[in-house]
Design a protein around this ligand. Structure first.
Ligand SMILES: CC(C)(COP(=O)(O)OP(=O)(O)OC[C@H]1O[C@@H](n2cnc3c(N)ncnc32)[C@H](O)[C@@H]1OP(=O)(O)O)[C@@H](O)C(=O)NCCC(=O)NCCS
Length: 183
């Protein structure tokens, strides 16, 4: 897949490649959201420090440079409302996400995933995959809403976050068929 742009704007939200200056706001957003993201995301189960935020951004910057992961902050009205990342896989890409407290329930993540899915296809990804724990119904509702197909299940590497059962549900979408070549 080709390298995505660093910023996308759509309606009320913007996706912007993480900057080091985002660390304080990222940490505040995660800490304010631990109650609903901690049960599902292992990195958010034991609190979240400035060093955790800085380490995430260091990895993010390095992984972007290597073409492995393209991580974006989701901004609404100038505030960090969540995060979404494209992780390159053999022949395709996986998308991961979380929303901050106060920003769920209004379609932000579904629309952000739709945007990056279309962009991943435009940039050459052969499929987009989303994986979530079988108990994480709200996460699974995102690919379901966008017409992804549930293609299987897979064991999660331990340790997993406290509300997880340890089994991924795996969803995939492939690019729309291109028009047949003219005779
Ligand atoms: C997973 C997570 C991001 C989903 O958040 P969400 O708020 O359910 O998702 P969306 O932002 O797409 O919002 C969907 C809701 O907005 C509604 N909605 C409103 N306008 C919409 C629109 N234009 N498009 C789509 N949905 C819309 C949907 O009907 C849905 O409503 P519901 O809550 O009554 O079901 C959130 O639950 C989260 O951060 N969880 C913790 C972290 C996590 O589990 N991450 C994933 C790990 S695999």
């Amino acid at each position: 897949m080709e390298v995505p742009a660093e910023t996308y704007r759509e309606g009320e939200f913007t996706l912007a490649r993480w900057q080091f200056a985002d660390v304080p706001e990222l940490v505040a957003a995660v800490i304010g959201s631990l109650e609903h993201i901690g049960p599902w995301l292992i990195w958010a189960t034991g609190g979240y420090t400035t060093e955790d935020g800085a380490e995430f951004l260091r990895h993010s910057r390095e992984n972007w440079r290597r073409g492995q992961t393209y991580d974006f902050a989701l901004h609404v009205d100038g505030s960090i409302a969540g995060a979404i990342g494209l992780m390159t896989r053999e022949g395709g890409v996986e998308i991961g996400y979380w929303l901050a407290r106060g920003f769920t329930g209004r379609g932000l993540m579904t629309r952000a995933v739709a945007l990056l899915t279309a962009e991943a296809f435009r940039l050459g990804a052969g499929y987009v995959e989303i994986k979530h724990d079988e108990r994480n119904v709200r996460s699974g509702a995102v690919p379901a809403r966008l017409g992804f197909t549930k293609v299987g299940e897979a064991p999660m590497e331990p340790p997993w976050a406290p509300s997880c059962a340890g089994t991924y549900h795996v969803w995939r979408l492939t690019p729309p068929c291109s028009a047949p070549a003219a005779p």
